[in-house]
Write a protein that binds this ligand. Structure first.
Ligand code: KIV
Length: 294
């Protein structure tokens, strides 16, 4: 048994919920937007308490919490369950759900239906999809159906194989132009914001002059309107591949391993549980219990 989960209560003086217009204002005022991923109730509560602006339940959950090798296998149902748990831990940040690979590409109808599930079943404020090309049409269809949609260009992990692996994009004139064209097309299609992932800082900087919506960078330098990091990279929770842009602010995995190892030592040495961890019974009740037990 552990403590029951609690939805953070709102108090007078608390931050106002982050909205799409407020993100636009932040961009105009030049105030950086802070985005982080979260995948469950405790990580959502951490994001809430830390005062971040946008929480993304990324399909990176495939690797960070479900143990898959890439983002490709994660299903809509798996991501919906994680997203609903995050929703229950958030009050203030804008909640964005990632549409998984294979859940939106086939048609506008498929894209709208999946986006609606993220809003209706998991309580998302917005959804995110990856890439340009047909994704531009899907983004337009989702936005027209009344669901705010975030784009994602540069390194798009769902199609990393086609991009030659998990590597920086836009390092040649031709590829930088493709990234730029995708970003502008997604903006024109009605995306309320966009992620630039793993592109040279100079390319992002030049492209910012053409962007009118908030741009959130990850491995795209400092010129974007905000930054996003994967929760497990930021906190050092997993020991998988770490991209060069993933600044580590803690090494929680080492602390977690050390704590569990200390618990194991305590159990084996009979140091745990101690008297302070046990329940008591009145002497006469115990006496009667022993007698009746025979
Ligand atoms: O899935 C994810 O975590 C993402 C971020 C890296 C933007 O898409």
């Amino acid at each position: 048994m552990s403590a029951p989960p609690r939805i953070p209560e709102r108090h007078a003086g608390d931050r106002q919920p982050v909205t799409i217009p407020s993100l636009r204002d932040r961009r105009l005022l030049g105030e950086p937007i802070v985005m982080v991923t979260a995948y469950d109730h405790p990580s959502a509560q951490v994001a809430e308490a830390a005062g971040v602006d946008v929480v993304l339940v990324g399909d990176s959950a495939a690797m960070t919490v479900l143990g898959y090798d890439s983002t490709v296998p994660i299903t809509v149902d798996e991501l919906l369950m994680l997203t609903a748990a995050v929703r229950r831990g958030l009050r203030t940040p804008l909640l964005v759900g990632d549409l998984p690979f294979g859940s939106y590409e086939a048609s506008d109808e498929q894209a709208i239906r999946t986006a609606q599930r993220f809003v209706k079943e998991a309580g998302c404020d917005a959804v995110k999809l990856e890439g340009g090309g047909t994704s531009v049409d899907r983004a337009r269809a989702i936005a027209r159906a009344g669901i705010p949609v975030m784009g994602h260009v540069g390194l798009t992990p769902q199609t990393a194989t086609a991009l030659g692996g998990y590597r920086a994009q836009g390092r040649s004139t031709a590829r930088a132009l493709e990234v730029a064209n995708d970003a502008i097309a997604l903006q024109e299609a009605g995306c309320f914001a966009i992620v630039f992932e793993a592109i040279p800082a100079e390319v992002a900087d030049a492209l910012m002059e053409h962007m009118e919506i908030p741009v959130i960078g990850i491995g795209a330098g400092a010129a974007t309107d905000g930054q996003v990091l994967v929760f497990h990279d930021l906190l050092g929770i997993h020991d998988g591949m770490r991209p060069r842009f993933a600044k580590r602010y803690a090494d929680l995995r080492s602390e977690m391993v050390a704590a569990v190892a200390e618990y194991a030592d305590d159990v084996r040495a009979r140091r745990y549980p101690g008297p302070e961890h046990t329940y008591s019974i009145a002497a006469e009740e115990l006496q009667r219990f022993r007698e009746q037990l025979g």
